[in-house]
Each structure stands twice: as structure tokens, then as C-alpha cells.
Design a protein around this ligand. Sequence first.
Ligand SMILES: Cc1cc2nc3c(=O)[nH]c(=O)nc-3n(C[C@H](O)[C@H](O)[C@H](O)COP(=O)(O)OP(=O)(O)OC[C@H]3O[C@@H](n4cnc5c(N)ncnc54)[C@H](O)[C@@H]3O)c2cc1C
Length: 154
Amino acid sequence: MLKPSIITELKAIVGKDYVMTDREDLIIYSNDATVFSHLPDAVVKPGNREEVAAIVKLAARHNIPLTGRGAATCLSGGAVPLKGGIVVELVRMNRIRKIDVVNKYAVVEAGVITFELTTQAAKAGLLYPPDPSSLKESTLGGERCRMCRRPQRR
Ligand SMILES: Cc1cc2nc3c(=O)[nH]c(=O)nc-3n(C[C@H](O)[C@H](O)[C@H](O)COP(=O)(O)OP(=O)(O)OC[C@H]3O[C@@H](n4cnc5c(N)ncnc54)[C@H](O)[C@@H]3O)c2cc1C
């Protein structure tokens, strides 16, 4: 359970419409595509990176666990807030900022749906190859995390 003062601070960061603390809302954010489940203490939905940074600083100051969340299609329980704390849902951050055809890279926000990038890249004559079967709902943020968990080359 978070102190009321922390909830107030979260609302000041993202706006009161983007902080959820009612039990029926928290239940929705307690699981992903696995059987694992744990209630968070709050869910916040930042709209830009400055808000994300402010949430992270607040959580670090008060030692509150954070769990990032895209579309929650994860098949390994990664989006389940096993230690409670704050779920940070990134789906409002869904802009493709740039597709650089010459240098073959894109600048996107974490909540972009993978299929949207695939589509926009194709329109620009490029191929974005990662192709999970959840393509039409999963986000780039979730996908990036999955790739980062691969064993590192030495
Ligand atoms: C029907 C179905 C088919 C699937 N097919 C495949 C497949 O073919 N191949 C495959 O590899 N996977 C597959 N998956 C698993 C899953 O869809 C992918 O791993 C997908 O990339 C997860 O994206 P997401 O937005 O749902 O992430 P989430 O489930 O929301 O999060 C996944 C992980 O990333 C973290 N995370 C999310 N956003 C961020 C962020 N912005 N910054 C840091 N961390 C973040 C979460 O904390 C969590 O640990 C499938 C799942 C389903 C339900």
C-alpha cells in the first residue's frame, strides 16, 4: 500500500486521470499472458519520457518496485508486478518519431505497436524483421526487453 502522499505526487506527474488505485483496476494489471498474478499498489500511465523519469526518481527515492508494461502479452511473467509497487504502462507513448530510410533506423516511443512499425517501415521500403505472433498487439518496449534478455556475447 502506497502512502497517500505518493499517490498525490504520482497524480501531479502524470495527471489524475492516469493514476489507478481502485482494486478492480489493479486486478486488470496483476497479470500478463501467463498464470502468474500479483496486485500492484498503483498503475500509472505516463505520456512522455519526462513523466517516466519523474516516476522512476520518485520510486527510487521511496524504494518502491516498478514494473514496466506494454501490451502484457509476455509469456514469461515479466509484466507481472511480483513485488507489488507501481506498474508503469507505456501504451500512451505510441508515436513513431522518425524513420530514417538512408541510415535504416527508426526512432520510436516504447508503446508503439510492433505491427504499426512494421507497416510504416514497409511503406518506406524497409523491413522491420522481428515478428512475434502477438505482432498486432505487442509493443516495441516489450519486444526490446525480450531481446535484451538474450545471453550477451563476450
Ligand atoms: C498469442 C501470443 C503469441 C506470441 N508470440 C511470440 C513469438 O512468436 N515470439 C516471441 O518471442 N514472443 C511471443 N509472444 C510473447 C510476447 O507477445 C512478446 O514477448 C512481446 O514482444 C511482448 O510485448 P508486450 O508489449 O506485450 O510486452 P509486455 O508483456 O507488456 O512486457 C514484456 C516485458 O518487457 C518489459 N517492458 C515492457 N515495456 C517496457 C519498456 N518500455 N521498457 C522496459 N521494459 C519494458 C515488461 O516489464 C516485461 O518484462 C507471444 C505472446 C502471445 C500472447
